[in-house]
Design a binder for this molecule. Structure first.
Ligand code: GDP
Length: 383
């Protein structure tokens, strides 16, 4: 009945340190300065803060984001068009990316596809290519092991081994468990932090299941769908709506005996894409084949991403879309703020539980119950 004794081998000092580590150890300015200086440890800490569900962490995280946005905007205004990439090499094309720690000059790319399609192999191949071009890349990746091992980072499957040790790449795995394919994480906020830390290209990876793609689509400039040859759309769990969102569809694993099949699938998708009405972006979606393993087509994909950027920058869609996305962020932030404030009211859970009981017993209609609770909340009566 006394329970189990604390085992003797637990090092109390280490435990204390571990617990202390869970508290936010830094102040806002320290984190903002560290992120702007490209300090990965502080960047990771800040991301952990914004992902946290503890109110004090969330608040701190929001302040860090506000600080980063302020600073990057100021730097953008001071940058005077000075362009430089991480290795000091200037890309030659006129759609070059400035590495001016200016979020507005980054490229945000959503990458989706069902598990097994080769996302991590692909991201590693394309990522290595991008960093070899002198860009800095952040990957907001899915941690596939988390559903099983409940949060262990990278668990039994090591993904993107080469990219993980690339000094110009930063990989942030997020648990996929229970969330919309991994986007319940604070992806938008994480993008802002990574951009403030000087990453030019941001990859956001999702598993192709539906809702998560729509969410990711609303955060990125370019949406890439990875598919397999020889498996129907239904088999791949890909819905028409997702195909419609894609700027590029890549049929992966076009190597060995599979090349012919991949080419045939590519034709089918190219035809299917033509049936969709033209996109507002002025971009005509492309279907092509690639092999993350043999690196076939990897350089072409980067060219397509840059080409898309060039098109949308010149017709104004790039900024139009970002501003539209910001408008959505604003609305979502209001929703989240109200939601948070409502549920933070003292006594609210008891009031809700009471109402739910009445609804369950048929004594209260759900609409009236909601109205009543909201009325009490707005009247400041809940406590
Ligand atoms: P994810 O679950 O979508 O991240 O897929 P992975 O990148 O883990 O790849 C799943 C399996 O497909 C692994 O065994 C890879 O080695 C393999 N794979 C990935 N890309 C290719 C490719 O281009 N060609 C071939 N033949 N196999 C690939």
């Amino acid at each position: 009945m006394d329970g189990i004794e604390q085992p003797g081998q637990v090092n109390k000092e280490a435990l204390k340190k571990l617990k202390a580590g869970k508290r936010p150890p830094h102040n806002v300015q320290e984190l903002v300065d560290g992120i702007l200086a490209g300090n990965r440890t502080l960047l990771s800490k800040a991301i952990t803060l914004v992902e946290s569900s503890l109110p004090e962490h969330m608040e701190l995280g929001q302040e860090v984001i506000a600080g980063c946005l302020r600073e990057t905007r100021a730097q953008l205004q001071n940058a005077n068009g000075k362009l430089q990439t991480a290795n000091g090499k200037l890309p030659t094309a006129d759609y070059r990316l400035p590495t001016a720690k200016s979020g507005e000059n980054s490229i945000r790319v959503g990458i989706t596809g069902v598990p097994g399609v080769g996302k991590s192999t692909f991201i590693e191949a394309l990522g290595k290519y991008i960093t070899s071009q002198g860009y800095r890349l952040a990957v907001l990746a899915i941690d596939p092991s988390s559903a099983r091992s409940k949060g262990s980072i990278l668990g039994d499957k090591t993904r993107m081994e080469e990219l993980a040790v690339d000094p110009n790449a930063f990989i942030r795995p997020s648990p996929a468990a229970g969330s919309l394919g991994g986007v319940a994480r604070k992806t938008r906020e994480t993008i802002i932090l990574c951009e403030a830390a000087g990453f030019d290209v941001i990859f956001v990876e999702t598993v192709g299941v539906g809702q998560s793609e729509t969410a990711v689509h609303s955060m990125v400039d370019f949406f890439l769908l990875l598919m397999l040859a020889g498996a129907g759309d239904e088999l791949q769990g890909i819905k028409r709506g997702i195909i419609e969102m894609a700027d590029v569809i890549m049929i992966n694993k076009a190597d060995g005996d599979n090349i012919g099949k991949a080419q045939a699938a590519c034709m089918e998708y190219a035809n299917a894409l033509q049936l969709f009405p033209p996109a507002d972006s002025g971009w005509l979606p492309v279907a092509d084949i690639c092999s993350a393993r043999s690196k076939l087509g990897i350089d072409c994909i980067w060219e397509l991403i840059l080409e898309h950027r060039k098109t949308t920058l010149s017709n104004g869609y790039f900024y139009h879309q970002r501003m539209e996305q910001n408008r959505q962020v604003f609305r979502d932030a209001i929703d989240a703020g109200l939601h948070h404030h409502f549920f933070a009211q003292k006594g609210i859970s008891e009031v809700i539980a009471g109402m739910e009981e009445e609804i369950r017993e048929g004594r209260m209609n759900p609409y009236r119950a909601a109205q009543e609770v909201l009325g009490r909340y707005l009247g400041g009566l809940v406590d």
